[in-house]
Design a protein around this ligand. Structure first.
Ligand code: BGC
Length: 753
């Protein structure tokens, strides 16, 4: 396809038509111009392809449901994510799907967001790394992805109208980096803008978001489509950089677009750009088509193996797990029979086959099964409860399959609380009272309150583990698999502990992200608050020892960066995997920052007695914060601590490092500039000392110690001397002029040198 030539040939109307979809899942075709159609399909944890006549599809194919993102994130395994991407990419090829709609990288701001199960993490670094891995996997199969939902779409409440009110620094540091990293490390074929508004402007018509940040700052060259129904003003959208409206709106916007171009409201060039971006995607889709076979059985097996890498062992008191074959185990809870393994909404897969734990139990050991409670609703059934309690009396150990019923969390609405169904908590408490060890397996898409956490012996977090979840859980329970997942989100003790609590889900169509940067562990760790389970936490059936933390240099420029290595040894008697985490703590005091932030992780597989070295490369971004004034990332000179550990709360070793050579900004000089700022800044320190010393001495009447003088004048503006030492306006102005001149001279000297 010669895209330039095609666009030249197109009428205005054809161009306006080309920038909207055809029906729900296709792009428009223009046979006379040689432009075919391509099909897109949901994702992200499997293929939800609709089929039938294009534009009128009514059936969904049977596909393999992989673990949802809430689960795969816990693997912290980029290779695994890439392999899942490959598998889904191949399925897309087999089904003639050019673009899969995902991954979804919105940050888990509140545990209540109904769609958290589809999202990766509360941490932008984890979200960005894992999303990049999956995108690279899919795209290596020559199928496109659509990273979504760009941006600040962190709740379902009023998702199509509400405005996320977020300051720029928070956007740049928390809500945008996963998208940014994906652009830089994986280059997704497409972006999907979100439904919501950001600071009052819809993402679908937000020039700052789509053109300034995505295209100019990050250099993105692909196509941007709307989320389904996210377009409000289509003309504003084209001007702002939204290429494709999805789904097709039966050409209702064609006339509007044409008129806007004819009236000069919309530049034709902007429309041409959008058309070219759409056609480039079509070309990519067509040229990369190839035959593949969708091997359901093989992918089912792989989905099961994947979940085994994701399950998180949260508690294992007295080594209650793994279970032994000969132990009598009472399996209880409807989820043993009907696991909840995926969430509701656009990602819902017509699953090939779902394996429950119960269906396999016989192969693993001696067991009884009692439903105890329904997995579908929160209703106490005393008969079921009693049967479960009776069965438990004869057991050595009790395993309760608990979780959130489908209706509790889904795309489209948020949860109202963070609790498990009361009927489940009730039975778990009753089972605890039998005195037998109780192990709880959780099937949920987002953290739940665990009021009985201190009383049970074991907790296994399976999340929404895909269609093979039953086998994966049984393998973990019986020790065929040594669990290696770690939480990609914090589990607060109660909902009220969450930093967004006071501002979620907002009011008057606005949700204020008042907690700013302090999302998830950034908040809990900075506040030193107790949490139920911290970010990055997860147990193993073996143990690991960290040793020998090394940094390649103690002091370096931000551009040089540093390499950090640490040795990890499996000191237990079985093979296992450890997710080693690296956090950076800024000690420069240059601005308000969380106490530490994750800047690296890696998963090591270790045989008993084996030692491996984890290596982390830290660059400027690992240390930097986003300085809105400069419009850039800034890693100020000074001290940072590199922390290495097995969760955000289990730091094993630290090393101090120092950044040197970063640009230092001189203070802005006016009569309002505070003396403290002048004395702390290398550009003004000396001059200030010299020029203000006599005044300072006079102000403090020579009584105070140096330390006290500095503390006293720190928050005194230069003009303060007018009020307290009777300086004239002219004298104040002349001090300011002197400072400015002195700064200029120093900067000139630096430039010359
Ligand atoms: C969801 C998207 C999804 C799209 C198409 C929207 O409602 O927000 O994630 O890809 O529908 O089904």
């Amino acid at each position: 396809m010669d895209i330039e030539a095609i666009v030249k040939k197109m009428t205005l109307e054809e161009k306006a038509k080309a920038v909207e979809g055809f029906g729900f899942w296709w792009t428009q075709e223009f046979p006379e111009l040689g432009v075919p159609q391509i099909q897109v399909s949901d994702g992200p944890h499997g293929l939800r392809k609709m089929y039938g006549t294009p534009g009128k599809e009514s059936e969904t194919i049977t596909a393999v449901c992989f673990p949802a993102a809430c689960a795969t994130a816990c693997s912290f395994d980029t290779e695994l994510l890439s392999e899942i991407g490959h598998a889904i990419g191949k399925e897309c090829q087999a089904e003639d799907v050019a673009v899969i709609l995902g991954p979804a990288v919105n940050i888990k701001r509140s545990p209540l967001c109904g769609r958290n199960f589809e999202y990766i993490s509360e941490d932008p670094y984890v979200a960005g790394k894992l999303a990049s891995a999956i995108i690279n996997g899919v795209q290596a199969e020559d199928v496109g992805t659509s990273i979504k939902h760009f941006a600040a779409n962190n709740q379902e409440f009023e998702r199509m109208y509400g405005s996320s009110e977020v300051d720029e620094r928070t956007l740049r540091e928390i809500y945008l980096p996963a998208f940014e990293m994906a652009v830089k490390e994986a280059d997704p074929w497409t972006f999907m803008c979100s439904y919501n508004r950001i600071n009052g402007t819809y993402s679908s018509e937000n020039p700052w978001l789509l053109n300034d940040v995505l295209r100019k700052d990050w250099g993105y060259k692909g196509m941007v489509m709307s989320d389904w129904g996210a377009v409000s003003d289509r003309v504003a959208g084209i001007a702002a950089g939204l290429d494709l409206e999805m789904p097709g709106s039966d050409c209702v916007n064609v006339e509007r677009i044409c008129k806007a171009v004819q009236d000069g409201e919309l530049e034709e060039e902007a429309l041409d750009t959008a058309v070219k971006n759409v056609l480039r995607l079509v070309q990519r889709g067509i040229e990369n088509r190839r035959d593949e076979v969708f091997d359901h059985e093989k992918d089912h097996k792989f989905a099961t193996e994947a979940e085994k890498e994701c399950i998180v062992l949260l508690k294992n008191e007295g080594k209650v797990l793994p279970l032994a074959k000969e132990e009598k185990v009472a399996l209880i809870g409807g989820f043993a029979e009907n696991p909840r393994y995926q969430g509701g909404g656009s990602s819902h897969i017509e699953s090939f086959k779902v394996v429950s734990a119960l269906s396999l139990a016989e192969k693993y050991g001696t067991f009884t099964y009692n439903r105890g409670f329904s997995e579908k609703e929160d209703v106490v059934d005393e008969k079921l409860q009693q049967e479960a309690l009776d069965a438990a009396k004869d057991a050595d150990k009790i395993v309760v399959f608990a979780g959130l019923p489908d209706v509790f969390e889904s795309e489209g609405y948020d949860r109202e609380h963070m609790k498990l169904p009361a009927c489940q908590n009730l039975l778990i408490n009753q089972l605890v009272r039998t005195g037998k060890p109780v192990i709880v397996v959780l099937h949920n898409g987002s953290p739940v309150e665990l009021p009985w956490a201190d009383d049970v012996a074991g907790i296994v977090e399976a999340y929404l583990g895909g269609e093979g979840v039953g086998e994966a859980v049984m393998d973990v329970l019986y020790g065929n698999v040594n669990p290696s997942g770690k939480l990609a989100e914090s589990f607060p003790i109660k909902l009220q502990d969450n930093p967004s609590y006071l501002n979620f889900p907002g009011s008057e169509h606005k949700v204020k992200y008042a907690e700013g940067l302090f999302v998830g562990y950034r908040y809990y760790d900075t506040k030193q608050m107790d949490v139920r389970f911290p970010f990055g936490y997860g147990l193993s059936y073996t143990e690991f020892r960290y040793s020998n933390l090394r940094v390649s240099r103690d002091s370096f420029t931000a551009d040089e960066g540093v390499t950090v290595t640490v040795d990890v040894t499996n000191i237990g008697d079985r093979a296992g995997k450890e997710v080693v985490q690296l956090y950076v703590a800024d000690k420069t005091g240059s601005t308000i920052r969380p106490v530490h932030e994750l800047k690296g992780f890696c998963k090591l597989a270790l045989e008993p007695g084996e030692t491996k070295t984890a290596t982390f490369t830290l660059d400027k971004r690992s240390f930097a914060w986003y300085d809105v004034e400069q419009g850039d990332w800034y890693a100020p000179n000074g001290l940072y601590t590199v922390e290495v550990g097995s969760s955000s709360r289990d730091i094993q070793y630290t090393a101090d490092v120092r950044i040197v050579g970063s640009m230092v900004k001189p203070p802005v000089i006016s009569p309002d500039t505070q003396i403290g700022e002048l004395l702390e800044n290398p550009y003004t320190k000396e001059y200030t000392m010299e020029c203000l010393k006599p005044y300072i001495d006079k102000y403090t009447h020579g009584h105070s110690s140096d330390e006290m003088i500095m503390a006293l004048v720190r928050f005194m503006p230069i003009r303060g001397f007018r009020s307290f030492l009777y300086l004239s306006n002219e004298e104040v102005d002349s001090i300011c002029e002197g400072l400015k001149k002195n700064i200029e001279e120093q900067m000139k000297q630096e430039n010359d040198a």
